[in-house]
Design a protein around this ligand. Structure first.
Ligand code: TRP
Ligand code: ZN
Length: 868
């Protein structure tokens, strides 16, 4: 068939939200028969099709060897359909018919980790967003929901045969082959289809829902990783309870399975009843993984579980609505994690991610609204903006509504849309209708790109005893989105008595509630002001408490006020925010360091025992990468590093014996609470790094002892970093010992690679040696990310020999794994901020690679980057 003449294939590869059309056919049910052989796999599909609108039947399919198509048992000749690289179109179909297709596919050579692929000895699927079309011809779009029955057949050397739903039948074909038949009773889009074939061990448990349903819980992993699955299992049960209590949402199937895979593009995938997880997001054990990784496992388990309602039962109409499921689910997992540990520290960590990833993304050439209105490759839109900014929008609405009204709103959403594929508008409408509060203005947040800037000025009137705050908002112009409007910004505010440090009771009719301590003001115009009365003397104000809106705050308060807030703010998040604002002024605008150091001296001695985790965060010095994201031109990585090193040196010396004394006083092993122990471990590692900055003569012995004596991975790695990054005499031995101990533990080995790639004085030859190491593996995204991430955390290196590293990777992965290639290339997206001559050099390198790029993923990213 002549492909170019096919009217259904578009020449322009850009897809637009405004062009959305309903699918011409729905699929009432689908039966898949997947027969796995060593060098190919047969997929036979039977679908009951039902016409919904006029037009041809469009089935999507990629890299499929088509063997046969039948309609109602009649084999079609090639003249009866049109087939190209992307789709199969059948022009005249009845309104109701059975379609059968047979294809061959090649999971054993699939390196893209999309569709059905072989990871080591395991066959697994990844179908979100558009992977199912690599398994069979199908209307692979989220607004086509169907009941799936799956037969999986394979050699008996693969004892585990899994698919979504309930096991109907299991049996043997002959001496070597066996099969299983699964049926998922709930209608779902194809991106939630999953199957797994391999040899795995399993951890079993169960959970009884609020409705009395007994759910079998199973986590599958390789045998030796099973002991590392208990934390995930506990987190799963906890998530199930949490969703019942906070959203009234129980689980709906009789089983819930999780499979751990080491070759996986992202964190995890919420396939209905059969989640597939990157091992990094399910294996958790103090001996093998860090505290941060343990926290991440719990939040990702919750995230994928929460998708069962926000994503699976209510799904997206089209991929432009991705943030409908992701933004809401991230907000839900963040709320869960806030209940799990210190809420303030969880918020600090979530905002850190937002500020260090989403803000820069939104300030650069890849900026897009949380709900974009066009894309070339949807895989490029699994971004910090869709996930993290999407979560912030939901948080703002939830904060404004308060617990009770928010719950009325979410109840209405689940009541209206269960079983449907919906849009962001449907969500905001249901939330408004249920709560009785019109939230439609928040749609602007979904549709506009860029981080708004909130300018605040203050005025105290001593005669009237009034205090006025004036707000202005602005958005950076964006050629693609010309008519930007003011967004609703919830501003949480507190006032403090500058002498006593006491919090004022607020008297202002402009607030949601009057005569309270914690005020909430909704600023939804271009400019407005609010007045507080009965203020006895000029107060210290704390704005955007808990980061009540994802904006850049410009407020010309004094360094003294920030130091005051570090000491007196009762909101832990804003205590931390004050340290960060102050440190940014010190590092970027040459302010003196003394206010920060004095505030630490007042605050830390008590806090290290009371709340070691928060104390550790107050010692965060913004990273070089974050600081770089705040510089828009003439960025000099070496200069930035020197300024930051100098500050650390100053803090280290000014605090004298504090570091060593605290290091010796802390004993995490004595703490029974995990978060207390985690806080003490974090602090001890920071203490070591300041002692190293002081050139304390004992620091390497202390670090080596910690490294050798501890069985805890956070302690081990913290000490190893000190030794390696400061070129201690023990560094080589420690690295070797770590390798010998953990060479068969891929997640620990990732850390070993990361630490070396993140050496501050790494050179090109050392980087080459690292990626020539036999354990370096371009087929495992975790391993690539370990090295690239380590390198990227040192901008001086990343912007010298690192540039070629990222370009080569993108070029290599362009063919092998374009999803990851495109992501890694983004490390260079801020090339245009560099000072000359580097700026032109990197630009030239990017331009040179452009003609060789084939994938939509990498080419869309590269061409956006070059438009900067
Ligand atoms: N829906 C997944 C999540 O957020 C995201 C995801 C997992 C994904 N694997 C993917 C997205 C592969 C794109 C490609 O939980
Ligand atoms: Zn998700």
């Amino acid at each position: 068939m002549n492909i170019a003449a096919n009217p259904v294939v578009q020449a322009d590869e850009t897809v637009y939200l405004k062009d959305y059309q309903k699918p011409t056919y729905l699929v009432d049910s689908v039966h898949l028969d997947i027969q796995i052989f060593e060098d190919y796999t047969i997929v036979n599909t039977v679908m009951s099709m039902q016409r919904q609108t006029e037009g041809p039947l469009v089935l999507l399919g990629r890299d499929l060897e088509l063997k046969q198509i039948k309609i109602n048992d009649h084999v079609l000749s090639s003249a009866q359909y049109q087939h190209n690289e992307e789709q199969l179109v059948i022009l005249d179909c009845p309104d109701l018919f059975t379609l059968e297709t047979s294809v061959h596919i090649h999971p054993e050579t699939n390196t893209m980790l999309e569709g059905l692929y072989k990871a080591g000895d395991l066959f697994v699927t990844q179908n979100e967003p558009e992977g199912f079309r690599k398994i069979t011809f199908y209307p692979d779009r989220p607004d086509v929901l169907s009941v799936f029955t799956t037969r999986v057949e394979a050699d008996k050397k693969y004892p585990i045969l899994l698919a979504n739903g309930n096991l109907l039948e299991k049996g043997e074909l002959n001496a070597t082959r066996h099969y299983a038949i699964w049926q998922d009773p709930t209608k779902k889009p194809a991106y939630l289809f999953a199957c797994v074939v391999g040899d795995l061990a399993v951890l079993k448990d169960h959970y009884v829902t609020s409705e009395g349903r007994r759910v079998a819980l199973e986590i599958y992993a390789i045998e030796k990783d099973i002991p590392k699955c208990h934390i995930a299992m506990e987190a799963l049960k906890h998530s199930m309870r949490w969703d019942e209590e906070h959203y009234g949402l129980p689980y709906d199937l009789d089983n819930y399975m999780i499979v751990a895979v080491s070759q996986f593009n992202m964190g995890a995938m919420e396939n209905k009843g059969l989640n597939i997880f990157n091992t990094s997001c399910v294996l958790a054990d103090e001996e093998y993984t860090t505290d941060a990784a343990i926290m991440r496992v719990q939040s990702v388990i919750a995230h994928e579980y929460f998708h069962n309602w926000t994503g699976n039962r209510i799904t997206c109409r089209d991929w432009f609505q991705l943030c409908l499921k992701e933004g809401l689910t991230v907000f839900r997992d963040q709320s869960f994690s806030e209940d799990l540990q210190s809420a303030a520290v969880q918020r600090i960590d979530d905002v850190s991610v937002l500020k260090s990833h989403q803000f820069p993304e939104d300030a650069g050439p890849l900026s897009h609204p949380p709900r974009p209105d066009h894309f070339v490759e949807i895989n490029n839109f699994y971004t910090a903006t869709v996930y993290e900014k999407g979560a912030e929008i939901n948080r703002m609405m939830a904060t404004l509504l308060g617990k009770t009204k928010y719950r009325l709103g979410t109840d209405e959403y689940f009541r209206r849309h269960d079983g449907q594929a919906v849009t962001v508008e449907d969500w905001v409408n249901a939330l408004s209708a249920g709560s009785g509060v019109d939230l439609s203005a928040f749609l602007r947040w979904y549709n506009q790109p860029g981080t708004p800037t909130l300018h605040v000025t203050e005025h105290y009137d001593a005669a009237e005893k009034t205090y006025r705050l004036t707000f202005k908002q602005s958005l950076k112009e964006n050629a693609k989105y010309p008519d930007l409007k003011a967004v609703p910004i919830p501003v949480a505010v507190a006032l403090f008595d500058a002498t006593t440090g006491e919090q004022y009771t607020l008297h202002s009719n402009d607030l949601f509630k009057n005569h309270v301590q914690d005020g909430m003001y909704l600023f939804d115009q271009d400019e407005a002001s609010i007045v507080f009365s009965d203020i006895e003397q000029a107060p210290v104000v704390s704005l955007l408490r808990n980061f009540s809106a994802p904006v850049h705050l410009i407020f010309d308060d004094s360094d003294e006020s920030l130091a005051f807030l570090i000491q007196h703010e009762t909101n832990g998040f804003n205590q931390w925010q004050a340290t960060q604002t102050l440190l940014e002024r010190i590092l970027l605008n040459n302010h003196p360091a003394q206010h920060y150091i004095d505030a630490l001296k007042h605050t830390l001695p008590n806090l290290v025992n009371k709340d070691p985790l928060l104390a550790s965060r107050l010692l965060d010095v913004p990273s070089e990468s974050y600081l770089a994201s705040r510089i828009d031109q003439d960025y000099l990585p070496e200069k930035m590093k020197a300024v930051r090193d100098q500050l650390i040196y100053t803090i280290a010396h000014d605090m004298g014996a504090f570091w060593k004394e605290t290091y010796q006083a802390l004993d995490p092993a004595q703490q029974s609470e995990f978060s207390q122990a985690m806080g003490e471990r974090a602090l001890k590692n920071i203490m070591l790094s300041y002692m190293a900055a002081q050139k304390d003569k004992d620091v390497f012995d202390l670090a080596f002892a910690q490294f050798s004596d501890s069985k805890n991975m956070s302690e081990r790695l913290g000490a190893l970093k000190i030794l390696v990054w400061h070129d201690a005499p023990q560094a080589k031995d420690a690295l070797h010992a770590f390798y010998v101990r953990f060479k068969d533990e891929p997640l620990a080995l990732d850390q070993w690679f990361m630490i070396q790639a993140a050496h501050p004085k790494l050179n090109e030859a050392e980087l080459k040696a690292l990626i020539a190491h036999p354990d370096y593996d371009l087929g495992t995204p975790n391993r690539i990310r370990a090295v690239s991430g380590g390198l990227n955390s040192r901008p001086v290196n990343a912007w010298s020999f690192g540039v070629q590293h990222f370009i080569h990777l993108a070029q290599y992965l362009d063919e092998k794994n374009p999803i990851i290639g495109s992501r890694l290339l983004q490390a260079l997206s801020r090339w245009y901020t560099l000072a000359e001559p580097k700026r032109s050099e990197v630009l030239q390198q990017l331009k040179d690679v452009q003609p060789s790029i084939r994938s939509k993923n990498v080419s869309e990213t590269l061409s956006s980057m070059l438009k900067a």
